[in-house]
Each structure stands twice: as C-alpha cells, then as structure tokens.
Design a binder for this molecule. Structure first.
Ligand code: PSU
Ligand code: MN
Length: 299
C-alpha cells in the first residue's frame, strides 16, 4: 500500500490520540460551484478547529492520498478542473493514473479508516436513487462495513429516502438523531421518517459508538443533524424543485456518477441559490458537531 501524505498536525494528532475529524472532498470538486467550494471547505476546517479538533480533508492529488491539506493544496483541489469523483472502487485507478480526485463518502471512509480516524463530517450521504432502484450509492454498503461516526444531515431528498432508510436497517447501520426524532432531509429538517434513537447530548453519541463497536459490530454510526433553521427550506417546496430537476436529468439522459452533481446544480439554479446557501450552512454546522463529538470520543 502506498503511504499517505498526512499534514503534520494530522499525523501528530493521530500519534497522540487527539481528536481528528475527516472531511470529504467530492463536495469540493463536484458538489459545490466555485468559488463557494473553497470558501466552504475552509469554513468546515475552521469549524472543526473551533471545537478543538484537527480537520483532515481527504482527497487525491496527482495520485497521492492526502489526509489533511495545507492552504495551497486545498486551493489546488478546489480549482482542479480535471479532478474525478472517487468512490471506493476508484481509489486504485486514481493512484495508478496519478489523478486528482474528490473522495465521496465511501472513498473518504475507506481512507479515513486506514488512517485510524473515527469521526467524519459531510453534508449528506448517497443512497438509493429514485426511479432506478439499481442505482444505489456505494456509500450505503460502505457504511455497513467501516466503523466510523458519520455526521450528516441525512441523505439528500433527491434520493428515495425511505428506500435508503430500509437499506441502512438491513445492513445494521444505526441511524441516530441529534436533537431530532426525525431523519432530516438535507435542506429540510423533516422527512416523515423516524431515526432509531434520539440523543440530545453529544456525550451520549460518543458512548453509543463505544458500546456498539465494543461488541465487535463494525458498522458506521450515522449521526443525523437537522440543517440550521435560518437557511433550511420547506420539504414540500424542495420536493417540487427536486422533481423538476429529476425530470430534466431524465430528458438529458444523465446517469451514474454524474447524476448527483447534475441534480445539485439544477436545484441550486431553480431555487435562486437558496439550496446552495442551505447546503453550505449545514456543511459547516455538521463540521462543528463532528468536532465536538470527536472531542467527547477521545476524552
Ligand atoms: N451530498 C451533497 N453533496 C455531494 C454529495 C452528497 O450534498 O457532493 C456527494 C458525496 O460525496 C456522496 C456522493 O458520497 O455525492 C454520492 O454520490 P453517488 O450517489 O454517485 O454515490
Ligand atoms: Mn450511483
């Protein structure tokens, strides 16, 4: 296995058993437009630091795996027009072909696990797509295999949320609500679906993970956090916007890995960028919560 390139502070924190939070990078390369992508990536790193944890943004640069980026590297990634979207199946190919890559939730979890990181923040996980039920994100089977706390705002409402919820149940991935009884639907705090357990204190979430993994269970723990109230959007309005975008994707025959980035871009345009603002705010909020959970976990 090729060695990773760690930032100095990530390497030191891992050695000293200090709290580290992994951050994904598909959101930087494919999920957000420029320049908001770099702005958000920096804001997420700052949010983790504000909670006294160390951010480890994970990506590939010229075929080398990075965990923790300096300013120049983050900028290079954010401006890389040729960066590919790297899910777990793509890591070896990106190494061999010396590519730049933004890692998805499944790609980031795979690398974070090799590095020994236990907490990870993202916006939303991939899931079961509507319409094509064979289009299931690699994020889901990866969540069933890798023991890491994944802090997110649920899965995007562009997905079949109840199908996604069922998949997580089948695969034994606990779905926790932080201060909510309901699975958030990314831009909206509500989805009509229940979480498995609600916890109001982050300390309880860290304890939950220790008990779960202490029994030898090796799945991830999905911690879902509602989007911040001041920029969240009503579920029925978003449903309308999403249906529009999905029908356009169908007309244009967008499929496979291109589907999620296409839908996000369309929805942002249709909502006058209100969905973009909501997306950015919830990413930063989730990074704060993940930083606090990491601190609790390593206490
Ligand atoms: N959710 C977002 N923005 C994103 C993604 C999800 O708000 O950019 C990315 C994540 O990296 C996730 C990936 O892992 O999309 C899922 O892609 P797919 O559906 O092709 O598996
Ligand atoms: Mn897919």
């Amino acid at each position: 296995m090729k060695k990773f390139i760690f930032s100095n502070e990530v390497e030191q924190a891992l050695k000293d058993n200090k709290p580290v939070v992994a951050l994904e990078s598909t959101v930087i390369t494919h999920g957000l437009p420029r320049p908001e992508n770099l702005e958000t990536a920096r804001a997420m790193e700052k949010a983790v630091r504000d909670e006294s944890a160390i951010p480890a943004t994970i990506c590939l640069l010229k075929g080398e795996i990075h965990a923790g980026l300096n300013n120049d590297e983050l900028e290079t990634l954010a401006n890389s027009v040729k960066a590919i979207k790297v899910s777990r199946r793509d890591i070896a190919g990106a190494i061999l072909k010396r590519l730049d890559g933004g890692t998805t939730v499944s790609g980031t979890m795979t690398i974070a696990d090799m590095a020994g990181i236990k907490v990870f923040a993202t916006g939303g996980i991939g899931g079961v797509h509507r319409g094509n039920h064979m289009d299931i994100s690699a994020d889901l089977p990866t969540l069933s295999k890798i023991p890491i706390i994944v802090v997110c705002s649920g899965a995007k409402s562009i997905l079949d949320l109840s199908g996604t919820r069922e998949y997580l149940e089948t695969e034994g991935v606990p779905v926790i609500g932080y201060q909510t009884d309901e699975l958030p639907a990314f831009y909206s705090p509500t989805s009509g679906l229940k979480v498995d357990f609600r916890f109001d204190k982050l300390k309880e979430i860290a304890e939950f993970a220790k008990i779960h993994w202490g029994m030898g269970l090796s799945s991830a723990i999905l911690v879902t956090v509602p989007p911040p109230a001041d920029s969240s959007l009503p579920a029925d309005y978003m449903e309308e916007m999403i249906n529009l975008a999905i029908s356009e994707a169908g007309d244009r025959q967008i499929t496979g890995a291109a589907t999620t980035p296409f839908l996000l871009d369309r929805i942002s345009k249709q909502t006058d960028q209100r969905s973009l603002k909501s997306n950015m705010d919830l990413l930063v909020n989730n990074a704060h919560i993940a930083g606090q959970i990491a601190v609790e976990f390593y206490r």
